[in-house]
Unconditional design. Structure first.
Length: 320
């Protein structure tokens, strides 16, 4: 029986190690702006690295005012909108980033990354319904959009609605063949399975997670991700002997850049510093060239470290 103690152990470990592993599950994450902003004046705002924090903030404020002046004359100038968005994010002003994001999402309906980032920003400032509407607007036309699915699932989990998250992912899998028949490749079944397996694991539904990973392993024999997902679930459930050969198999199948992280996880490296820093959280959706939204400071009660301590999972943001 999966007791309460095991449940928070899984949540805590997932939040540090498995959530970090989400970057491995959904690579590449964002592909918009393939041309980038390089070479465009003011396209990559940044404060002088040698300046004091106060001076850097003053410089960023000046940059923001400059972009705002341009936008007063040209409200749809996308270079200025991207510059203002970048500056607001560097300032840590998530609320201020919402307006340029709304305009960029409207001006680029074919680039869902802006809408995902807009949903994340709304969620950060407490507008959960606005975030849900943004995710739905993507999934209405792109039901297999993994970034939107991940974000919407995370929102539901944050709202303590795990069954709604499970239902969304199960429905996506159930209609995948039909959807892919109309638009081939629009639903990545393996990635959706991995996301559902992570939700099962977080909810203590270990056997369902394992069964789903087994199914994915049979369907995708050369994909290291379900192998690693199952290994992490077994490890967090204390079944280390069963997990060890799976970690070895995942490392053998994985691209070279992921082998060290997998080996660290196999060795029980669940501390944040045990994995590559870039994998310590699920990446925020951000078009290439745009700084991801700053992470909010976790409360002591909700932090994975606090949940994992003897005295004491995301948001999705972790996985398998």
């Amino acid at each position: 029986m999966f007791d309460k103690r095991n449940r928070w152990i899984v949540n805590g470990v997932m939040a540090i190690a498995a959530f970090a592993f989400l970057a491995l599950l959904f690579v590449p994450f964002i592909t918009a702006f393939q041309s980038g902003n390089a070479g465009r004046p003011g396209a990559s705002p940044s404060a002088s690295p040698g300046a004091s924090p106060a001076a850097q903030q003053a410089e960023l404020a000046d940059q923001a005012r400059g972009y705002e002046l341009v936008l007063q004359r040209e409200p749809d100038n996308q270079t200025a909108l991207r510059g203002l968005l970048e500056t607001r994010i560097r300032q840590g002003d998530v609320q201020g980033a919402i307006e340029p994001l709304e305009k960029l999402a409207r001006l680029n309906p074919d680039q869902s990354d802006y809408t995902v980032l807009l949903a994340q920003a709304r969620q950060r400032v407490g507008d959960r319904e606005g975030a849900a509407q943004a995710y739905r607007s993507i999934l209405d036309t792109q039901p297999g959009n993994v970034n939107a699915l991940q974000g919407f699932v995370d929102l539901m989990l944050e709202e303590q609605r795990p069954e709604a998250a499970v239902s969304l992912l199960q429905d996506t899998l159930r209609t995948a063949d039909e959807t892919n028949g109309v638009a081939p490749g629009s639903v990545d079944v393996a990635s959706v399975q991995l996301l559902l397996g992570r939700v099962y694991a977080q909810q203590g539904r270990t056997q369902e997670a394992i069964a789903l990973y087994d199914q994915s392993m049979q369907q995708n024999a050369l994909d290291f991700r379900p192998v690693l997902g199952k290994a992490i679930v077994l490890q967090t459930a204390g079944r280390t002997e069963e997990a060890r050969p799976l970690f070895d198999s995942a490392a053998a199948l994985a691209p070279a850049q992921y082998k060290d992280q997998i080996n660290q996880l196999a060795a029980g490296g669940t501390q944040a510093e045990a994995a590559d820093p870039s994998l310590n959280a699920a990446p925020s959706a951000a078009p290439t060239g745009v700084t991801p939204l700053p992470s909010p400071e976790p409360s002591p009660e909700s932090s994975p470290a606090a949940q994992s301590s003897p005295s004491s999972p995301s948001r999705v943001t972790g996985n398998p």
